[in-house]
Design a binder for this molecule. Structure first.
Ligand code: SF4
Length: 333
C-alpha cells in the first residue's frame, strides 16, 4: 500500500469533523472482503489494499486534462468555460478522486505568474463566460489568496461567472466563516458546487453553513459520484437528493465513476448505474433529479447518460461525446 501511495501521491488525510460523521472508529472499523471500510464515511477516506489493483483501462489523467491544458493549471474542455486547479491541497483526500495522481505535485496555491496568465487569457478570450475554481479544494487557501485570485477574475470583466468547487462546508464547516461568506459574496456572480456523496454528510453544522451561503445570495449545487458500497442504492440517493433540494441546494450531477488509477473497487457497473438512475427518474421530481453523466475517458467532456450511449460491445459501452468522438467505457463486474 505504501508503494501505491508513493507512486500515485495520495496519502491519508481526513478532518476530525469528517471522522466524527462515521459510526465506527477508523482503527477498528469493519471492512469488506476487499479491505474497504463498510461505513460510507470511512470508505471515502481510509486507504485500502484494493487501491493497488490497477485495471488496464485506468488512466493517470482520466479526463484528458493534460491534452487540454492552456497554461499551467488551467484546462479548457469547452468553448465558454475554463477550469483552474487553484491548489492540490484538500482537507481530506477522497480515495475515489480522479485527480489523485496530480494532487501531490500541485500542493501550493497558484503563484502570481499563473494568476497573471489567467488574467491575460480571460482578457484575450471574451467568449469565456465561466471560470471554475477547482483543485484540490480551493477553500484550503487563505482568504487573502482567494481574494487575490477572485479579484483578478472579476477585474477582467463583470459578467464572468465564478464557480467554486469544494467539499469544505461538508468536511470542515468551521472553514465557512462570516469573513469567507462576505468575501465570496463580494465576488458575485459566484456559485458554489459541493461534492457530496451520502446523506450522512448532511450534518447540522453543514446545513447551517449552507444556509449562510444561500442567505448571502450564493447559489449552491451538488455533485455526487456514484460509489460502490457507499451510495449505490436508489433509496440512499433519493434521500440525499430530496434533502438537498429541500435545503435549497440544487442536485446538479450524479457522476459515473471515472477511470482513475486504483479506483475500480468504487466503480459501479454502468449497467447498474443506468438501472439505479431509472428508479431515480421515476421517483424524484424534476427539481430533485440531477443529471447522470460520465466524463469521456481520455478527454472529450461530459457525456450525459443514458442519452450518450451509442452502442455496446461484449464488455464495454460506446459513448458519444458532444464533439462527435466515441469513447469506450468498460462494463466491469
Ligand atoms: S476534495 Fe476533491 S480534489 Fe480533494 S481528494 Fe476529494 S475529490 Fe479530490
Amino acid at each position: 500500500m505504501q508503494d501505491f501511495v508513493t507512486k500515485y501521491g495520495l496519502p491519508y488525510r481526513a478532518t476530525p469533523f469528517w471522522l466524527s460523521l462515521a459510526d465506527e472508529d477508523p482503527k477498528t472499523c469493519a471492512r469488506n472482503a476487499d479491505g474497504v471500510p463498510i461505513d460510507p464515511i470511512l470508505a471515502q477516506v481510509l486507504p485500502s489494499p484494493a487501491e493497488a489493483r490497477i485495471s488496464p483501462l485506468e488512466l493517470r489523467d482520466p479526463l484528458g486534462e493534460a491534452g487540454n491544458t492552456i497554461f499551467e493549471r488551467a484546462v479548457r474542455h469547452y468553448r465558454s468555460r475554463i477550469l483552474v486547479r487553484a491548489t492540490g491541497q484538500c482537507f481530506l483526500f477522497c480515495r475515489h478522486c480522479y485527480r489523485r495522481s496530480l494532487l501531490s505535485s500541485e500542493r501550493h496555491f497558484l503563484d502570481g505568474a499563473t494568476i497573471e496568465a489567467l488574467s491575460k487569457y480571460l482578457t484575450t478570450h471574451p467568449e469565456i463566460r465561466e471560470v471554475l475554481v477547482s483543485g484540490g479544494d480551493p477553500l484550503t487557501a487563505t482568504d487573502a489568496q482567494l481574494a487575490a485570485l477572485l479579484e483578478t477574475i472579476r477585474s477582467v470583466r463583470q459578467p464572468i461567472l465564478i464557480r467554486i468547487c469544494t467539499r469544505a462546508p461538508i468536511v470542515l464547516p468551521a472553514r465557512i466563516t462570516p469573513a469567507l461568506v462576505d468575501l465570496l459574496k463580494r465576488f458575485r456572480p459566484l456559485t458554489v458546487v459541493l461534492h457530496i456523496n451520502h446523506p450522512k454528510e448532511l450534518s447540522t453544522q453543514f446545513l447551517e453553513k449552507a444556509e449562510a451561503l444561500l442567505g448571502a445570495g450564493i447559489p449552491l449545487h451538488s455533485q455526487t459520484v456514484l460509489l460502490r458500497g457507499i451510495n449505490d442504492r436508489p433509496e440512499i440517493l433519493t434521500e440525499l437528493f430530496s434533502t438537498l433540494n429541500l435545503r435549497g441546494i440544487h442536485p446538479y450531477y450524479l457522476f459515473q465513476g471515472d477511470l482513475a488509477v486504483g479506483t475500480a473497487h468504487f466503480r459501479v457497473p454502468l449497467s447498474r448505474g443506468l438501472a439505479i438512475y431509472e428508479v431515480l427518474r421515476r421517483d424524484l421530481s424534476g427539481l430533485e433529479l440531477p443529471r447522470y453523466a460520465v466524463d469521456a475517458p481520455g478527454g472529450g467532456g461530459k457525456i450525459y447518460l443514458p442519452e450518450g450511449i451509442a452502442g455496446q460491445k461484449a464488455d464495454s459501452w460506446l459513448l458519444l461525446a458532444s464533439d462527435g468522438s466515441i469513447h469506450e467505457y468498460p462494463e466491469e463486474e
